[in-house]
Design a protein around this ligand. Sequence first.
Ligand code: NAP
Length: 305
Amino acid sequence: MPEKLRVGFIGLGLMGRPMSLNLLKAGFPLIVWNRTQSKADSVVKAGAMLGRSPANVATRSDVVITMVSDSPDVEQVVLGSGGVPTGVIDGAQRGSVVVDMSTISPAVTRSIAQRLAEKGVAMLDAPVSGGTVGAQNATLSIMVGGDPEVLQRCMPVFQALGQRVTHCGPNGMGQVTKLVNQIIVTGTLSAVCEGLLFGAKAGADLQAVQRAVSGGAANSWQLENLGPRILSGDFAPGFMVKLLQKDLRLVDEAATEMGLPLFTTLIAQQVLRVAANLGLSDEGTQAYIKALEAMAGVQARTPSS
Ligand code: NAP
C-alpha cells in the first residue's frame, strides 16, 4: 500500500461528517459519498473529492470506511442491491480494506466479511464509542474485529479518529464488544434519568444534584454529557433514540440466540418504545427521561423545556 493511504468514506451523518473532517485534517486523500448528496457539500468544501457511488469510492481508495445506520444499510452500500453494480464490492481492488464503523449485527458482519474475502478484499468491523463529541475531538474508542495484520495497516487511519484502538478478536468481535458497550450505556442512561426524576419529585435542586453526584462514585459519561442537556432542555440528537432502539434490537437478537437473560437492558428497551410512541425517535437518547416523566407524572426539567 502507498505511504499515505487513500481513504474512502461512505455515510456523512452525525458521526461520519466530523470523522471525515478529522481524516482531512490528518492529511489523508479523502473521497466521500453520501446517499443524500447535499450532506457531502461541507466535507467537499473542506477538501474531499466526491465519489459517484460506493463502487466508485472503492475504486479510488485503499481503505473504505462505512458509517451508516443498520445492518441492511451496510449490506446495501457494501454489497449493492438487486444485482446493480454500485456497491463497494463492485469497485474494490484486491488487497484493499473495508472498515465498517457502523454498529450492526455481528452475524451480518461475518457474512459481509466472507463475501469480501472471496474477492480478495479484507474487512474490519470497527464500531466506536464516544458519541458525536468523541467524533469531533477524535477521541473515540474503536473496537476492532478482524485480522490483526490488517488492523496494523489501517492504524494511521484509526489514530486520526480515536484515542483508544482495541483488537477484540476475529470479524464480528468488534460488534460484540460494541453491544456490551450499549448494554452498559443503556443501564447508565436509565439510572441517570431515574435518579434525576427521583430528585425532582423530592424537590431537590437538580443543578446541585448534577454538580455533587458527578464529582463522586456515580459519575459517568451519561451523567456528565447528558445530565446538563436534560436540565437545560436540550434534546437535540448526538445519538438518536431510534439508533439506541436499533442497538438494543441487536442485543436482544443475540441474547435470544444464546438463551441469555438480560434484565435492565430489556426494561430500558420498553421505556424507549414509550419514547418512540411519544414521537421522540429523532431526539437524542437523553429524551429517555421524557418517557419516564410521562409514566411517572413528574417533570424533571423546567416546564418550558
Ligand atoms: P445518522 O446521523 O442518522 O447518519 C446515518 C448515515 O447513514 C447518513 O449519512 C445516511 O444517509 C446513511 N445511510 C443510512 N442508511 C443508508 C442506506 N441504506 N444507504 C446509504 N446510506 C445510508 O447516524 P449517526 O449517528 O451518524 O450513526 C451512524 C452509525 O454510528 C450508526 O450505526 C450508529 O449506531 C453508530 N454510532 C452513533 C453514535 C452517535 O453518538 N451518534 C455513536 C456511536 C456509534 P442520508 O444522509 O442519506 O440519510
